[in-house]
Design a protein around this ligand. Sequence first.
Ligand code: ZN
Length: 234
Amino acid sequence: MLSETKQLLDLQQADVRLLDLIVHLDRLADHRCQLEDRIAQERANVASLRDALQRSDLESRARNLEVDELDMHIRAYQDRLDKGIISFKEMEDLRVKIVSEKVRIGRLEDEALDLMATVEAARAHLAQAQSDLVPREEHLQAQVAAAMRETRETEEGSLAQLRNERVALASAMAPYLLAQYEALRATLSNPVAAVQHGTCGGCKIRVSANTAERVRAGREIVTCEHCSRILFVL
Ligand SMILES: [Zn+2]
């Protein structure tokens, strides 16, 4: 094999490994985004439970206030009735009013009790969710930290090393050959391909006998007449 072909193959191998690493880093970044979304979602769930509790609590207080106010009114009506300084007609009206308001306060009291039970249930639900959130968030944050650590180690370690290797390989090559390789690489992931059984390993099309023979002879850089890939024999 021509030494130039060997250089091209080494460069191609470095590029394949670089691409693999970049894909790996992209996956790590996606994974980290998903974890951060999950943390935000878990926090939002707790926040919505907190809001629900606040709403129930306000409603419950309002209903209790309504009960207290109605109770005061009923007492005032009763007081006027007991003092008896009003007409018989007014007394009758007050008695009717007191009966209907007592029915209403009974209903309001039931509602107030239901609301208080709802508040207590919401408070317990929130407390549980808050205590569940702590270990869950710790677990997710640990995974985020691990993804960040792996990203940093990959970038500073194998990625930096591979980039240096590629620079060394590229600078050792003849500029025209490097340019030819880079031009092919702009559209092809494997600019260098093996000829096997007379067929280009890149485009899978049969090369001419002359091309196959020139590749076998290994005296010059030969390209596929169909896809322009640089050819070699194993
Ligand atoms: Zn080809």
